[in-house]
Write a protein that binds this ligand. Structure first.
Ligand code: ADP
Length: 268
């Protein structure tokens, strides 16, 4: 919201003067409310898989003399447990990112390495769907930041591109550096995102339609993590999409220069 929270202290200085100290607490109020929402969302999101694990465990013990049923319930139990583990991991990651407004100690990062690592991590899944990961654009572009976090961000974009694309399609990963701005674009030929949902996909736990995905089990946290990583790097992330044709997610970061080092607090 657009409110500003001022904390004002008043002190008398002798008979003629009053000292007013105003402190802007807007940011700390904002963070408090972000934290409250986050905890409410987490409780809601965890209730479903935890409930499912409980029910499946019960079903498993009452089906003990039917091996076919046991196998079926055990398989679903494993799936729910995996989903729970993934959501927990993402929640931890996101709360760590939210707690840190800025990077503690930015390094000089080569975007080539970020792209290679993120592609490697998605290679097997892409191959299973016969989706080609095509890489292109500028080489040896550098930014200040945290390589591991940037890999997580790009990994999430590539993983989504694969997840929401048909088999035998292509996902492009392109790097462009112009006028001190580094752009990393991930383009797919997938189902796209309806216009009215486009900005909301970056919200925590938001999913356009849980039934759309080929593999169920997303948490709706992936893009929220991308947004936080990129913001912590002084950049932004945008989406362009045409339903039925595909989407492009673009991460923009300041190129590594003396000035960007200063704003991010990097040691030169
Ligand atoms: P999830 O774990 O559900 O993928 P994300 O935060 O990564 O969570 O994405 C939020 C939602 O945005 C997804 O549920 C999906 O509906 C939509 N989305 C994200 N990336 C794409 C994409 N490349 N193509 C189509 N829809 C996407």
């Amino acid at each position: 919201d657009a409110h500003m929270y001022l904390f004002v202290r008043v002190a008398r200085l002798g008979a003629r003067y009053v000292l007013l100290v105003a402190e802007d607490r807007t940011e700390s109020y904002r963070l408090d409310s972000v934290r409250r929402d986050f905890v409410a969302n987490i409780s809601h999101e965890l209730k479903t898989p935890i409930g499912a694990v409980g029910l499946l465990a019960e079903a498993l013990s009452s089906a003990s003399d039917d091996p076919e049923q046991v196998r079926k319930f055990a398989k679903r139990l494993t799936k729910e447990a995996e989903r729970l583990a993934r959501i927990t991991q993402e929640i931890i990651e996101l709360s760590r990112l939210q707690a840190a407004d800025a990077l503690s100690k930015p390094d000089l990062v080569d975007i080539d390495d970020v792209v290679s690592l993120a592609i490697d991590q998605n290679h097997v899944v892409a191959e299973a769907e016969n989706i080609q990961l095509v890489r292109g654009g500028d080489k040896h572009v550098r930014v200040f930041g945290d390589e591991a976090l940037l890999v997580v961000a790009l990994h999430n974009l590539i993983a989504n591109a694969i997840q929401y694309s048909p088999q035998n399609s292509r996902v492009g990963i392109g790097v462009n550096c112009t006028d001190g701005v580094v752009e990393i674009a991930v383009t797919d030929q997938g189902i796209g995102i309806p216009e009215e949902e486009r900005e909301r996909v970056f919200e925590r736990f938001f999913r356009v339609d849980p039934a759309r995905s080929r593999h169920t089990g997303g948490s709706g946290l992936g893009l929220s993590i991308v947004k936080h990583v990129v913001q912590n790097h002084g950049g932004d992330v945008r989406v362009w999409s045409q339903p039925g044709r595909g989407s492009t997610f673009t991460i923009r970061l300041p190129e590594a220069t003396g000035a960007s080092a200063l704003t991010l607090g990097a040691e030169l």
